[in-house]
Design a protein. Structure first.
Lengths: 164, 421
């Protein structure tokens, strides 16, 4: 599995309130939520991005609320991957559970700049910065988590488990 | 190698003798909880699993507390879907308007959560129940859905940071000041993926309400959970509120911690977190001249009876400053009624404050106190992120109920000691 796109770069502690503010949480459809993705940190994000683009941020991405609406909005907006130095733990598991690709890589998070063209090989965890002609190695997922991702999320995996 | 308190609870619920940090486990769940916002997302996911019923009708809890009483038509539709789901699945613990309270005050009050439980809640402040010596953590809607279907959840076993609490706090230093001080010290990701285990002789100086407030904000340091040892006070609280069997776990003497800190309660001051992160703390003495437009006293962090009491004690016979909208929200119907009986509601209204039905409302910028650009609020809630309580150019200052009440009177961030003159 691969991804390629332009980077939208943010800093530390991007919280779930700025990813999808509570004023939009009176709906739960991913398509509706995607219209407001990142609105309180980058009001033009949805207009400026193209399908497949990548979000890169430094530490503690997705901190705050447990709202799954945050990774859902990012996924449904068409973002192909979020790369960060670290993720807040609820965001991390929510992203995995819904099959939204995320990678932890401090070197990439620090070095990649806004607007860089980046490609990602999810099988090897290699992130390539095409603009800077550099590569970074992200941590591979543990086997347990790979299985959830391969099943296209925890719901599909559980469905199989319950039907057996 | 010894286990931390959290690890022992998780090992027992995973059917294992021993677990260690970093291990991935499948744990049995004692309670699975969601609110109106997160349950609405979990319901379709639950149905997609093919499950016909919830794993245990006594162990699934749905609390309609965030956008209730329904703030708009879309919120009403979400609540309607939750209500229908609760009826269809015949879950025992469904709380709608009239019975509802803010989930993290309500579940302990109703005796739904007890020491030794493993609890997941689709709300980040689910870590609150760690005050009772339970393992309790926030998760998302998909985990809630899977938890409802299977009664299980996957976890990476956390390592822990130990906070050795010593000393005795001064009059206006509360649990809120303790946790704000700690977050200021270690940062909003200082406990990322980890447990915060509170221990030490100073714990006995902390009321159950103080402990709930401290555990509640463990998430604001990035923690997976916060947890307190079970002592006589915990047992008394549990017996008063619950008939459920409970189990007391203790950390092993040789448990390994990533870091250890000592917190001397006698040295702490009332503390305020400035915008826009809970780690931006200053003592109230260092706050300077910060004029305010609004005060909110309530939430899962500080909407309990002792919070109402200290606010009433400070506001009684005084007036809030002209132009400071003072919104007081008890966390549950019981606390509301207790405030009526104690005469606090009269104190609040005479002081020029308003007293509302329980709701999470303003804390997350839902309703009941949204701010315009340039406005400032001193709030007893838990987050002061950009736009948290309204416009992205509004500001939230997090503080204890005592500081919030004093600030309402002064019209600026103030210490209750100043009012005592």
């Amino acid at each position: 599995m691969e991804a390629k796109g332009k980077v939208f770069k943010y800093g530390d502690n991007v919280d779930t309130d700025v990813i999808i503010p509570a004023r939009y949480l009176n709906v739960s459809s991913g398509e509706e939520l995607a219209k407001y993705c990142m609105i309180d940190i980058d009001p033009d994000f949805v207009n400026n991005m193209n399908k497949g683009d990548i979000i890169v941020a430094t530490k503690n991405f997705g901190c705050g609320s447990s709202r799954e609406h945050a990774p859902l909005a990012i996924k449904c907006a068409g973002v192909s991957c979020v790369i960060a130095s670290t993720f807040a733990r609820i965001f991390y598991r929510n992203a995995i559970n819904i099959g939204m690709p995320i990678l932890e890589c401090e070197e990439a998070a620090n070095d990649i700049e806004n607007g860089n063209e980046v490609s990602i090989n999810f099988d090897t965890g290699v992130i390539t910065n095409i603009t800077k002609n550099k590569t970074y190695q992200a941590q591979a997922f543990p086997e347990f988590i790979k299985k959830i991702m391969e099943a296209d999320g925890l719901v599909q995996q559980t469905k199989k488990r319950l039907s057996n | 190698m010894g286990m931390t308190m959290t690890q022992k609870i998780l090992a027992a619920h995973a059917g294992m003798d021993c677990v260690s940090a970093g291990q991935l486990i499948q744990s049995k769940l004692d309670i699975v909880m969601g609110n109106d916002i997160t349950t609405a997302v979990a319901i379709p996911e639950f149905k997609k699993t093919g499950a016909k019923e919830v794993f245990d009708k006594d162990k699934v809890v749905v609390v309609l507390d965030h956008f209730t009483p329904n703030k708009d038509i879309k919120a009403a539709e979400q609540c309607k879907s939750c209500r229908q789901f609760a009826y269809d699945t015949e879950i025992k613990n469904f709380f709608d308007v009239g019975e509802v309270g803010i989930e993290h005050a309500l579940l302990p009050e109703k005796g739904i959560v007890v020491p030794g439980d493993v609890i997941i809640g689709a709300d980040s402040h689910t870590c609150t129940y760690g005050a009772l010596g339970a393992f309790s953590t926030g998760i998302g809607s998909t985990d809630m859905a899977i938890g409802m279907a299977t009664g299980e959840c996957w976890f990476k076993v956390p390592s822990a940071i130990k906070f050795n609490i010593i000393g005795k706090p001064s009059k206006y230093v509360s649990g809120k000041d303790v946790i704000l001080h700690i977050i200021g010290m270690i940062g909003v990701d200082g406990a990322l993926y980890k447990s915060m285990e509170f221990t030490g002789e100073g714990i006995k100086e902390l009321s159950m309400d103080d402990r709930f407030t401290i555990a509640n904000m463990a998430i604001e340091a990035g923690a997976k959970n916060g947890i307190f040892p079970v002592d006589e006070l915990t047992i008394a609280y549990t017996k008063e509120h619950s008939t459920k069997p409970y189990t007391v776990y203790e950390a092993d003497a040789d448990a390994v911690y990533d870091e250890e800190y000592t917190i001397d309660l006698s040295t702490l001051r009332p503390t305020v977190a400035f915008p826009h992160l809970p780690e931006n703390t200053k003592t109230v003495d260092e706050a300077g001249e910060v004029k305010i437009d609004q005060v909110v006293i309530g939430s899962c962090t500080n909407g309990r009876f002792s919070d109402m009491k200290i606010a009433a004690d400070i506001l009684r016979g005084k007036k809030v400053a002209k132009g400071v909208r003072t919104i007081i929200i008890p966390a549950t119907q019981k606390i509301y009624l207790d405030c009526v009986k104690a005469g606090y509601v009269e104190d609040f209204i005479n002081a020029g404050a308003i007293f509302s039905t329980p709701t999470c409302g303003p804390c997350l910028g839902g309703h009941m106190g949204i701010m315009a650009a340039g406005e400032r609020c001193v709030s007893t809630t838990n987050r002061n992120f950009v736009g948290r309580m309204g416009h992205t150019e509004s500001e939230v200052y997090l503080a204890s109920p005592a500081v919030a009440a004093a600030s309402a009177i002064a019209g600026k961030i103030a210490s209750p000691e100043e009012l005592e003159g």
